[in-house]
Design a protein around this ligand. Structure first.
Ligand code: GTP
Ligand code: MG
Length: 139
């Protein structure tokens, strides 16, 4: 697994943490091979988090994720998915380890600053969900 997909979520963007979060990511050895700011319409947020459609938190999750711009990136590194999930920390920032991105920048379980893919297969799927071929780089 050489890539993962991340999204800096609306609250972290509104609070001006984009630069700090990208610095953490690059300093941890991830190479940014795709990057953009975008805002998901409700429909797109629903598709992105489709696996959670039957969960009690789905509406809150979708309404939050469409509420403002996000910064999306494709990241390259050996063991990208696993290493990135370690870098961001637990879903609930109250349980996130010291020094993790969620410990540093998340508010609560919904407003948890950042997304990371949960498998190699989903990383590739999510990269194509946001980036066309000409916006995915190899360098
Ligand atoms: P993502 O990287 O955003 O996918 O988070 P994750 O992989 O750590 O968690 P998961 O995929 O299980 O859940 C997706 C998102 O749903 C999380 O980031 C949370 O914002 C939200 N979520 C998950 N579980 C709960 C919960 O128990 N309560 C609430 N309010 N939100 C939850
Ligand atoms: Mg997830």
């Amino acid at each position: 697994g050489k890539i993962t997909l991340t999204m800096i979520k609306p609250t972290a963007v509104k609070e001006h943490h984009v630069g700090d979060i990208l610095a953490h990511i690059e300093h941890a050895g991830f190479k940014i091979i795709g990057l953009k700011m975008t805002q998901m319409p409700k429909e797109k947020a629903m598709v992105f988090y489709e696996v959670h459609k039957d969960k009690f938190f789905f509406d809150e999750l979708v309404n939050f994720m469409k509420s403002g711009p996000v910064v999306v990136a494709i990241l390259e590194k050996e063991n990208a998915v696993k290493d990135f999930r370690e870098l961001i920390g637990s879903t609930d920032p109250a349980e996130a380890e010291e020094g993790t991105i969620r410990k540093l920048f998340a508010k609560d379980k919904t407003h948890n600053a950042i997304h990371g893919s949960d498998s190699d297969e989903n990383a590739v799927k999510e990269a194509w969900f946001f980036f066309s071929e000409m916006d995915q780089f190899r360098y």
